[in-house]
Ligand binder design. Structure first.
Ligand code: MG
Length: 380
């Protein structure tokens, strides 16, 4: 029985993690859950899965809800300390991080330092401090497992392969909702950008998919996770979203990972690894698919993709700056303060103004993150 801590349990990935746990309750139990402030949904989850402790990050909400959880025999913790407690709890074998944005960084490092296997769904920690995290995990003797679908696919294609024979990593992109949009993208509204054709996700990542920043972040994430320079990572638009990633080897062989477009697939693999469990998902019917299409991304219309490549190539604190500026710009766009095309502009300006630290420690990453948020905030 594997005992789990789930950080971000009421978000779309967190709910999917719990769906996998519900189906495979003979394999997994939930020992701790953490949320930002959705105490009502957390209570329903807690009543069903009976964790030992829950963290409600917002201390006021935590205080108000404590008595209710206590009646279930569950202790409520709050804030950074509470989050760290959930991430390092004794007996927990794997910590799943499904929090939004940069917030997951501290608890992930805490979990790794406590020798927990971590499965990471939100790409920001791997973008901001991926190199550092992998070094820390190596020292602690634990693994960092990706849940992001493309990276789970790459991981599976690369398993038991000699990195010396890898020529290229290729990640696919659905192309987002504006792949075929005619004319300028200047007047795109948040509502239009939030309507994603293939994946049902939270608002931040849905906007990132529309700008292709999601792929820019994923290039950095892949470079950090698999220790491959971004020059050896390609992005291909694949509207059917059935092939999630490919690995090209030096002899010209390509390994591809195919699967239904459902987050439960990479989530389940990160929980069951190195084993595979019977799935309960819709079956992938190849003859029904008929055709799979691949095309070049439009880098001119979606400059966020190349900003990701640039940040990865520069390295150091730059990926953290890109990530923070993007979070601020996406918030400003969702609040109608800037246009859709303003997003890459703000990120680019913030990156240009940054004074790079080439070999950052974690404190430098947080400082770069804070600086970029302030700078991008002034621009938006
Ligand atoms: Mg992805």
């Amino acid at each position: 029985m594997k005992q789990l801590s789930i950080l971000g349990s009421t978000g779309s990935v967190g709910e999917n993690v719990l769906r996998v746990v519900r189906i495979h309750s003979e394999r997994f139990t939930v020992k701790a859950l953490a949320v930002r402030k959705n105490a009502a949904r957390l209570y329903e989850q807690a009543a069903e899965f009976r964790p030992k402790i829950v963290c409600i990050y917002d201390p006021q909400v935590a205080k108000k809800s404590a008595a209710k959880f206590k009646r279930l025999g569950i202790r409520v913790v709050a804030g950074d300390e509470g989050l760290a407690e959930v991430a390092t709890l004794a007996g927990v074998g794997e910590v799943i991080c499904a929090m939004v944005g940069a917030a997951g960084l501290k608890p992930i490092f805490a979990a790794v330092n406590a020798k927990k296997t971590v499965a990471i769904a939100n790409k920001e920690p791997l973008v901001m401090a991926g190199k550092l995290l992998l070094e820390t995990a190596e020292k602690a003797g634990v693994r960092v497992l990706p849940i992001d679908s493309e990276h789970s696919a790459l991981w599976q294609c690369l398993e038991n392969q000699d990195p010396a024979f890898v020529k290229k990593l290729i990640i696919t992109s659905s192309g987002g909702p504006f792949r075929n949009k005619k004319g300028s993208l200047a007047k795109i509204t948040p509502a239009q950008a939030l309507d994603h054709p293939k994946w049902k996700m939270g608002p931040k990542i849905t906007i990132d998919s529309a700008t292709l920043m999601n792929k820019g972040l994923e290039v950095i994430e892949a470079a950090n996770l698999f220790r491959v320079p971004s020059g050896k990572i390609d992005v291909v638009v694949h509207p059917e979203a059935i092939v999630h990633a490919l690995v090209e080897f030096v002899d010209g062989s390509h390994f591809a990972h195919l699967g239904v477009t459902d987050m439960r697939l990479p989530i389940q693999y990160a929980l069951s690894y190195p084993e595979r469990l019977e799935d309960h998902l819709p079956h992938l019917d190849l003859t029904h698919l008929a055709a799979l299409h691949f095309e070049e991304p439009d880098r001119r219309r979606f400059p966020c993709l190349d900003l990701g490549y640039t940040a990865s190539k520069i390295g150091g604190t730059m990926p953290a700056v890109l990530n923070a500026a993007n979070e601020v710009a996406v918030d400003a766009f969702l609040a109608d303060r800037i246009s859709f095309l303003g997003i890459p502009k703000i990120i680019e300006k913030t990156m240009s103004a940054h004074r790079l630290i080439y070999k950052p420690v974690l404190a430098d990453v947080f400082a770069a993150d804070a600086w970029a948020r302030e700078t991008a905030g002034e621009l938006s």
